[in-house]
Design a protein around this ligand. Structure first.
Ligand SMILES: [Zn+2]
Length: 257
């Protein structure tokens, strides 16, 4: 990789009438590289389309997949700067226990950044779905120093519009990363007979009050009732337990897979 200054210097020499051969000899840059810059001075990873980098920034597409990926990112994702290769790595932790979700995460990354490759890096008990791009920061401006729960997390207006348009995708991303559907049960005596009753519930656990609010605000919009559940020292739990609300969640999200 050559930095922009180097690329421009080489092209300036060519523009002055020098041959590719002589510029290559003088700069030590292969001819084919200089030739490729003549049509495209930016390296591929930079020029490849980024809707946020256009003169009039647009929202990423497909919006539905972006909404899901945003939920995953806020739940279990992080960006890290890549000082050597440039740009950022997006990493989303997915538990080994849910291979279907690993596939869904990988697909969402591919759909949102089709020009960047996605790889799966095995860690203990989970995989990191990883993708490198110069534009992850454009797509996830929530990135900042330190942990998410130590800083203010707010959606940009264009992100909020996407979430408003695809609330269930956003909720699904959050549940798939930091949530779960569990079934509690109890027994009751009915007419002298002990009967078993099951109570499915959805939980969402996160340490960031801001992310919890994004979750509950979106639940409010789709008409799902929720309440704060048990609270540990650090993380807070949001529970969806009311039957009609669980039914709505089941219809749009369902158990992990
Ligand atoms: Zn960009």
């Amino acid at each position: 990789m050559y930095d922009r200054e180097t690329r421009e210097r080489a092209l300036t020499l060519v523009a002055q009438g020098r041959s590719l051969n002589s510029v290559s000899k003088q700069t030590g840059i292969p001819r084919y590289a200089i030739r490729s810059w003549q049509t495209r001075i930016e390296p591929i990873s930079r020029t490849t389309h980024c809707p946020r980098c256009e003169d009039v920034p647009r929202s990423p597409e497909p919006a539905k997949q972006y909404a899901y990926l945003l939920g995953l990112y806020l739940g279990d994702g992080c960006l890290s700067r890549q000082p050597r290769r440039g740009g950022y790595a997006l990493r989303i932790a997915c538990a080994d226990a849910w291979p279907g979700l690993i596939g869904a995460c990988r697909q969402a990354v591919k759909d949102v950044r089709p020009m960047n490759s996605v790889c799966i890096i095995q860690r203990e008990g989970c995989v990191m779905v990883t993708s490198y791009s110069h534009h992850w920061l454009c797509l996830f401006p929530q990135h900042g120093k330190g942990k998410k729960h130590d800083r203010h997390i707010a959606l940009e207006p264009w992100q909020q519009r996407i979430v408003d348009e695809h609330p269930w995708e956003f909720i699904r991303g959050l549940i798939h990363s930091d949530g779960c559907r569990i079934t509690n049960w109890t027994t009751r005596m009915i007419g002298g007979e002990r009967k078993r009753y099951e109570y499915p519930r959805y939980f969402f656990t996160n340490m960031s009050a801001d992310i919890l609010r994004l979750y509950t605000d979106t639940l409010d919009k789709v008409g799902v009732e929720w309440k704060p559940a048990r609270q540990s020292r650090r993380a807070q739990n949001i529970s969806v337990a009311k039957r009609s609300s669980v039914a709505l969640m089941d219809q749009h999200i369902g158990p992990k897979y």
